[in-house]
Design a protein around this ligand. Structure first.
Ligand code: ADP
Ligand code: MG
Length: 334
């Protein structure tokens, strides 16, 4: 019988992931990454898999694929406030895939993201397969002090989002429409949306700055803003009020959404693949956070506040409370 991704993860956590008697595990299953105490230093570890046909179109260039496979992991490290240091790379390659040109492109795309962080590839695994091309990256980072946890939000905190939301989701919608042979409206700036989908910017420097400033809570947006916010609310035992009008949109997306609530919902609020950070922080940190955002060239927008759990998740737009959609974001069916 099919089950949800999160039900399965919970089953694994209960069956195999009990770490209460292991003092070295500071954070286990359930956050963006694990945090492990290694004799006083904190190692932060996460892993993510991209499967052709599911996470990317099979014809995606190897340079963009490498960038994205690494970026989605660096985004998880950023959501903990960690400094990226090392990575492992697992490749499951269909026959004929890894031509010299493909390999050169892959390495170039990887280095374009990795080099500025001085991140080193220290291992991995390479296999031939009959199934779709599958790329798994494990990223390792270091952390001084406490991680930004999903469970760290407190009533009265401000909620923030970095960058803009929904660009990748609209790019995907347009790509699907084009593939289905539908007439796709000519959207000025559509190329910038596609760039966001192929090459997300993990908010590494800002995540580290927020952690140093004492923000307590962050998570990156991979499954959809509302879905990932919901994870924070569940883990922290709180509710929230979100101002839909404050959700940061790129000019291209804002023009396309216009006054259409459904368009806003299915892109910026539930679309996913954004790899921006949701942050909760006490109002006293507001000025310092904005300064850190400027210093790291990271757009930062306050989008709401944390309420007691009984308030639930309240979504406002154009002065009215809106119903929550049935699906807050993406979840794999297993
Ligand atoms: P993210 O979107 O931040 O990568 P996920 O939603 O994929 O996080 O996973 C949620 C949590 O469950 C993470 O802590 C992750 O490490 C853990 N997790 C996911 N799949 C497994 C698995 N197969 N075994 C153990 N832990 C898992
Ligand atoms: Mg994450």
């Amino acid at each position: 019988m099919a089950t949800g991704e999160f039900a399965l993860i919970d089953e694994l956590r209960r069956g195999l992931g009990q770490v209460e008697d292991d003092a070295a595990v500071i954070v286990g299953i359930g956050d963006d990454a694990a945090v492990l105490d290694c004799g006083g230093r904190r190692l932060v570890a996460c892993t993510d898999t991209l499967v052709a046909g599911r996470h990317f179109f099979a014809e995606l260039g190897a340079d963009d694929l490498a960038w994205k496979a690494l970026a989605v992991n660096l985004s998880d490290l950023a959501a903990m406030g960690a400094e990226p240091r090392w990575a492992l790379l697992n490749l499951a390659l269909p026959a004929g895939m890894a031509t010299p040109a493909w390999r050169a492109d892959f390495m170039r795309g990887w280095q374009e993201l990795a080099l500025p962080f001085n991140l080193r590839l220290v291992g991995g695994d390479t296999v031939a397969c009959d199934g779709p091309l599958t790329v798994t990256v494990t990223a390792l980072g270091l952390l001084a002090g406490d991680a930004l946890l999903r469970s760290g939000a407190q009533v009265g905190d401000d909620l923030y989002v970095t960058g803009t939301l929904g660009d990748a989701a609209l790019a995907l919608e347009l790509a699907f429409a084009e593939r289905a042979g539908e007439a796709v409206e000519d959207l000025p700036g559509a190329a910038t949306l596609e760039q966001c989908r192929r090459r997300p910017t993990p908010r590494v420097a800002f995540g580290q700055a927020a952690q140093r400033l004492g923000a307590r809570c962050a998570q990156d947006v991979s499954d959809g803003f509302l879905a990932d916010l919901h994870h924070i609310l569940q883990a922290s035992g709180v509710g929230a009020r979100i101002d839909g009008d404050a959700i940061p949109l790129s000019p291209v997306l804002a023009g396309w959404v216009g006054d259409d609530w459904q368009r806003l919902l299915r892109t910026a609020l539930t679309g996913g693949d954004d790899y921006e950070l949701i942050l909760a922080a006490p109002p006293a940190l507001a000025v310092q956070l904005q300064t850190a955002a400027q210093q790291t060239q990271t757009p930062l927008q306050r989008v709401g506040s944390v309420l007691p759990a009984a308030a639930g998740l309240q979504l406002f737009w154009q002065g009215r409370r809106q119903d929550l959609p049935e699906h807050l974001g993406h979840q794999h069916v297993i």
